[in-house]
Write a new protein. Structure first.
Length: 118
């Protein structure tokens, strides 16, 4: 798992993935089209709230990139679809959860789905 979480190419794809699913969920929740760049600070907070903290990363690695890498890996390996991610974030946001908490819950769901597949 550490190799996946520190893969720069997965992180690059994951950057686009998290921006899309977050923008779509926020758009659905607000009823108004939104296109955002998910802040690194939000992704770092989500990392701290997720099960990813149990996996040791290199000291110079940005945890936000691990979030991005995991989510793109999950998408590429059919553990999580973009539609599922949008719906999951939408439900969390509309139930009053903060964005970083919603993303942390999504991380845990993706991690669990990928690990259960072996």
């Amino acid at each position: 798992m550490r190799r996946i979480l520190t893969d720069k190419d997965l992180a690059k794809l994951g950057d686009a993935f998290i921006n899309f699913v977050t923008s779509a969920a926020l758009s659905l929740a607000s009823g108004k089209a939104q296109g955002i760049k998910t802040p690194r600070k939000t992704l770092r907070e989500a990392y701290k709230l997720s099960a990813l903290t149990n996996i040791k990363l290199p000291h110079d690695w940005d945890p936000a990139e691990s979030v991005e890498a995991l989510l793109s890996y999950a998408w590429l390996n059919n553990c999580l679809s973009s539609e599922q991610a949008v719906e999951f974030l939408y439900k969390a946001l509309t139930s009053g959860k903060a964005l970083e908490v919603a993303i942390a819950l999504l991380i845990d769901r993706a991690l669990s789905a990928c690990l259960s597949r072996g």
